[in-house]
Design a protein around this ligand. Sequence first.
Ligand code: UD1
Length: 363
Amino acid sequence: MKIINIVGARPNFMKIAPIMAEYKKSNRIEALLVHTGQHYDEKMSDLFFHQLGIPKPDVNLEVGSNSHACQTAEIMKAFEPVALEHKPDVVLVVGDVNSTIACGLVAVKLGVKLVHVEAGLRSFDRSMPEEINRVLTDAISDLLFCTEQSGVDNLRREGIPGEKIFLVGNVMIDTLLKNRAKAATSNVLSQFNLDSNGFAVLTLHRPANVDDPVTFSRILDALEIIQNDMPVIFPIHPRARKNLSSWSLGERIKKLPNLRLIEPLGYLDFLKLMSSAKLVLTDSGGIQEETTILKIPCLTLRENTERPITTQVGSNRVVGTDTDKIIETYRQVVDGGWCEPQIPSLWDGHAAERIVKILLDKL
Ligand code: UD1
């Protein structure tokens, strides 16, 4: 069975790593890796391949950044000849980025079976580009692998036949568990002069937060108070950095000594940073899941989450972007109003194993 696997953006890399490793255990699978080039900076891409032992992509489409329509179209135009040349039996896509839907569409239009890993997650917020990518990719997939029960329920509600859907656990957590010990040896705390459990980590990259100066400013009002208590480490996404440099908010941040903007970190350093933090504030999806396993309180700076299991087990609080609400929840968490979460079912490091076994059985 020839499988073309697609990656494009940073959160895809930790999802594909365990699947690529698992294929090697079967002599019935020929796996190719295609990188669309959606993310291309060394710190957003190459570093992850290196640290996670992902094989060098067989093909890099090198599409780079663009508007949504152009980026999606460029990926489709560049991927179609690759699919025609290699004639895969299966295209496997992960997550919810533009590369996911673009390559998914190319595959099904060529009559190639499509497999979606991390299917069924729904924020029910169609203003999020990722929600559109999720709904559309799921609608055209032949096999759908879910990380949590809500994913299965959403897909069933949307009319996807039960025999296409599998609850397998979380490949991102496979990668976390595999790399945890290695990450423990990172010197990132001394590099930034931090005490374990004495700082907060912040990540922001969603357009709703970082493309809107009013929302960004509300979040900043909360951060100004938090950074009076403890350092807030902010590995900044290129998208947020670009915006800040063109707004006066950039000047305001420079006046907050304990809000520390740093370059994006590699996987191992970031894992160590999260594991050692007092709390994490984020608008990322994956980080809500990773903090659940690490048992670190997570405040999600969005109005919703497509990963409700993280709130049900108690690690994640969806606080939105209202300054008072962020501060109120922050105080509750640091004053002990946070209990250790349960581990979601099947988040045990064996999701990729289950996926590859099902691929071999069903296809
Ligand atoms: C994308 C995904 C998002 C995912 C995020 C992780 C979509 C719709 N969004 O958002 O779901 O959570 O990746 O980071 O697919 N840039 C660089 N260097 C890079 C990559 C991007 O400088 O290597 C800058 C460019 O200015 C670009 C901007 O970041 O315009 C945004 O990149 P893009 O890939 O469009 O979306 P992300 O915000 O990264």
